[in-house]
Design a protein around this ligand. Structure first.
Ligand code: UD1
Ligand code: CA
Length: 458
């Protein structure tokens, strides 16, 4: 079988991004651009993947891990120079090499596979992936001769006004005969407007040597977008958003307003789930079927089981089990576990706490570092006081307990099964099973005293 290699160029700083973060590490739909490229390349099953790293090399390697081999380009002298760094690993080996830029996050595995196939069928020594750009500004232009055969690529900065009018652009993705690629790279020079070693010059070199060079034009320019600045980054996010949203809608998810719904790349959603406007679903979030996610909710790295109803809430690193409902304005912080058919209502904050099956915390509570059993009622304004300024403490509330409104439970405390804490109590000791517990001052009424106070009106 033909060997197939892939080289991803990811060494550039990305000056035009005006950022502390290296260009290929900027995210599109929650995933770095270079990860998007790698993920698509992997789907085409190359025998070897080499990523050229330079600026931010350690961060890029940390992101991609063992999914790629790495070669360091110490100085960024151009895309041709970048590919040449892989010489020790790849030169002299038979096969086809796909070269891609780490800043084209929208390119799909399908297009890469089509390019490869086109290249093989024509037995070309090099095939450029091109696209027709409505506005080609900034891209290298594909120069064809009078019968339409590709001659060379000219960069924007080197183009004559006539060449600049060409709308067929170089996407920065190519298929090369591996041996010829590394031979030709030796002849690339820096005789151009930017004083860089241009990879596209390989095309003209091979052509002049009499090798077959071809161009494969992809249908959709959008998918080839190269991200050099924040304007293009926003555009890439928009395009990816539409692509992801379409995928979920096709799978049976209702998006009321897809334009205002942001779903990151790895999110999973079951069918018949309904998502209202201004929702963000991020990270490793998994959402079941028949879920309702109401307007203005944000869910990050969480699992939402089937039949859950969420309204205008923020949920992070938490699990909400079958049939539960959350919000409006609830905040589930990391390690909240909301049981089946449980209810977390308005302005309730839950952190590192379990609310058992059918339990309810309807209004204005803070539940932190606490395990609550099933069918427990947490009244309005109940606070689990979990922090003494230095350490955190945990409490446990057993099944069927009832915590009256505005109680303070000073962790650590154990409220036994069916225990009843009266409203307004401050509980510092365990409450035994079935006990009724008061922890508040006894009420005193002084007859006729009210007129002594300024509020008094006749
Ligand atoms: C490049 C192409 C241009 C094409 C466009 C498509 C060249 C000379 N130009 O231009 O024809 O239309 O892509 O998006 O190739 N990189 C390195 N080392 C370097 C220089 C760059 O690894 O020394 C990497 C960058 O990190 C980036 C990729 O190569 O991921 C492309 O470099 P960039 O500077 O963005 O090239 P463009 O100007 O966009
Ligand atoms: Ca680019």
């Amino acid at each position: 079988m033909e060997q197939k290699y892939a080289i991803i160029l990811a060494a550039g700083k990305g000056t035009r991004m005006k950022s502390k973060l290296y260009k290929v590490l900027h995210e599109v739909s929650g995933k770095t651009m270079v990860e998007h490229v790698l993920t698509q390349v992997e789907k085409t099953n190359p025998t070897e993947i080499v990523t050229i790293v330079g600026h931010g090399a350690d961060s890029v390697k940390a992101k991609l891990g063992k999914r790629s081999e790495y070669v360091l380009q110490e100085e960024q002298l151009g895309t041709g120079h970048a590919v040449l760094q892989a010489k020790d690993l790849l030169a002299g080996r038979k096969g086809t090499t796909i070269v891609l830029a780490g800043d084209t996050p929208l390119l799909t595995a399908e297009t890469i596979a089509n390019l490869f196939e086109y290249h093989e069928q024509r037995q070309s020594s090099a095939t450029i992936l091109t696209a027709n750009a409505p506005d080609p500004t900034g891209y290298g232009r594909v120069i064809r001769n009078h019968i339409g055969v590709v001659e060379r690529i000219v960069e924007q900065k080197d183009a004559t006004p006539e060449e600049a009018r060409v709308t067929e652009i170089n996407t920065g993705t190519y298929a090369f005969d591996n041996e010829l690629l590394f031979e030709a790279l030796e002849s690339v020079n820096t005789d151009n407007a930017q004083g860089e070693y241009y990879l596209p010059d390989v095309i003209e070199i091979l052509k002049k040597q009499g090798h077959t060079v071809s161009a494969f034009q992809m249908d959709n320019f959008e998918d080839s977008l190269g991200v050099n600045d924040r304007v293009a980054l926003a555009e890439a996010n928009q395009i990816m958003k539409r692509r992801i949203n379409k995928f979920h809608m096709t799978n049976g998810v209702t998006l009321i307003d897809p334009e205002s719904t942001y779903i990151e790349s790895d999110v999973v959603i079951g069918s018949d789930t309904i998502i209202e406007p201004n929702v963000m679903l991020k990270g490793k979030t998994v959402i079941g079927s028949d879920v309702f996610v109401g307007a203005n909710s944000q869910i990050v790295d969480s699992t939402i089981e089937d039949n859950v109803k969420i309204r205008a809430s923020v949920i992070e690193e938490s699990i909400v089990r079958n049939g539960a409902d959350v919000g409006p304005m609830a905040h589930l912080r990391p390690l909240a576990d909301i049981g089946e058919n449980a209810h977390v209502g308005n302005f309730v904050e839950v952190k590192k706490a379990t609310l058992g099956q059918g339990s309810k915390a309807g209004h204005l509570s803070y539940i932190g570092d606490t395990v609550i059993g099933k069918e427990v009622n947490i009244g309005a304004g109940v606070i689990f006081v979990n922090y003494d300024g230095k350490n955190k403490y945990t409490s446990q509330v057993d099944d069927y307990a009832f915590i009256g409104s505005n109680a303070n439970i000073i962790n650590p405390v154990h409220v036994g099964k069916n225990g009843l804490v009266t409203a307004g109590s401050t509980i510092t000791e365990d409450v035994p099973e079935e006990a009724l517990s008061f922890g508040r001052a006894k009420q005193v009424n002084k007859d006729g005293y009210a007129p002594r106070y300024p509020h008094y009106k006749k």
